[in-house]
Design a protein around this ligand. Structure first.
Ligand code: SF4
Length: 408
């Protein structure tokens, strides 16, 4: 028996967390501050086990960096770039298709579009490129490239293009099975001079929450999450998770929540900032599990923790995110993804089974034949009619990917 004395408030919060229905703000704060890490991890893992069983999922994806141009200057970003002479501002349709096709040949099922936010609003080079191809905005071009990839390769697009309005989301809904926007933080404080989100007008939390809310109104399966270690307080982390929970409670559309740690890179404004420790990351994931409850899919990328990544399972995640066999992680280029076979072996050693999922989770694609299991609710509205044949083609009988192969 453990001789660790757990403060009464944290002990009671752990008890309530174990129910898996989501703890209050007060409980979450006491878990963040006072709960012994071992007890916290145990509770989070128990909730995950009860609601998600032994399956841990990933998506086999190809990464398509449509443009590195971005009008924001986040302090931790190595992805963004200003226009450079001799460098085309966007990938051409030919290049997009070539990367997607390489992904298809390598067994990928997801085409992840990543790009900077609204570069055409500040860079004439971006505007000019788009106009040459007949588009006014990056988001219009993205929709056209999603269409190209979907119809020519059958890969399912998932786009991560920054802040989106209703019209943009409606357009992407025709081709994307899900879309994503990290909330990152709910703290406007980070936008002050010198902060991580200084000179990043698209990182205003209320704007990002509005995008997440609008996607919910349109029944779009949505990926979001928080980025930790960028100057936020533990309390602000809790508030960001609660903001995600609140919008999900209204619309039921958040398919996964990512808890991602800040990683230092030599050429960023925050090059001297400390990284969050592994224990800090594990604590935050566990609190996220207890705030968001047992049904939520919680993800943390394995490539940001090097060899220690199986520890993330102890904190209550049930998803590794996208793994690409053909392209690097353009957001964290220094951190290679593990091979799927290694990921499967390490997941198995920890007592779990690696399952390949699509860019939309099984519980969001409830065709009539999949509605019998306890995890499946009847919500076919999340995949519009036009996309349904594409999804069915790649989906196996229980909603995960067809022909899963964890050795490839
Ligand atoms: S993190 Fe995203 S929004 Fe911020 S600078 Fe990088 S690409 Fe732009």
């Amino acid at each position: 028996m453990s001789d660790v004395v757990i403060p009464f408030r944290a002990d009671a919060a752990l008890e309530r967390g174990l129910e898996g229905r989501g703890v209050s703000r007060e409980d979450a704060l006491s878990l963040m501050d006072q709960a012994p890490l071992a007890a916290l991890l145990q509770s989070a893992a128990a909730v995950r086990d009860r609601f998600k069983g032994s399956s841990v999922s990933y998506s086999r994806k190809v990464f398509i960096p449509l443009t590195h141009l971005c009008r924001d200057y986040c302090g931790y970003c190595t992805f963004r770039a200003d226009p450079q002479s001799g460098v085309r501002p966007y990938m051409t349709p030919y290049e997009v298709l070539a990367v997607a096709e390489a992904g298809r040949r390598a067994g990928c099922k997801e085409a992840l579009f990543s790009l900077g936010d609204q570069p055409e609003r500040v860079f004439p080079e971006a505007k000019e490129f788009l106009q040459t191809l007949g588009f006014d905005t990056t988001l219009e071009y993205l929709a056209a490239m999603s269409e190209l990839v979907l119809t020519k390769t059958g890969l399912l697009p998932h786009s991560n293009p920054g802040v989106m309005g209703e019209k943009d989301l409606r357009r992407l809904r025709e081709t994307n099975v899900s879309v994503g926007l990290m909330l990152e933080s709910a703290s406007p404080r980070l936008g002050r001079p010198g902060g991580a989100h200084w000179k990043a007008p698209d990182k205003v939390p209320s704007l990002r929450l509005r995008t997440i809310e609008t996607a919910g109104q349109l029944s779009m399966a949505f990926t979001t999450g928080i980025l930790i270690g960028i100057g936020e307080t533990p309390e602000e982390r809790v508030d960001a998770l609660l903001a995600i929970r609140a919008v999900h409670e209204k619309h039921g559309h958040v398919q996964e929540v990512i808890v991602q740690p800040f990683r230092v890179k030599p050429d960023i404004r925050m090059a001297l900032a400390p990284e969050p420790s592994n224990n800090d990351l594990l604590r935050t994931i566990a609190v996220a599990r207890l705030i968001l409850g047992g049904r939520m899919n919680i993800q943390s990328p394995p490539n940001l923790l090097s060899e220690d990544y199986p520890d993330l399972l102890k904190a209550g995640i049930n998803d590794w995110g996208g793994i690409s066999p053909v392209t690097k992680d353009f957001i964290n280029p220094e951190a290679a993804w593990p091979q799927v076979s290694t990921l499967a072996a390490k997941t198995a050693s920890a007592g779990f089974v690696l399952r390949e999922r699509l860019a939309i989770y099984p519980e969001f694609t409830s065709w009539p034949e999949f509605t019998s299991g306890p995890e499946f609710t009847s919500r076919p509205e999340f995949v519009n009619e036009r996309l349904q044949p594409y999804v069915r083609k790649l989906q196996g009988g229980d909603g995960y990917a067809q022909g899963e192969c964890d050795q490839c």
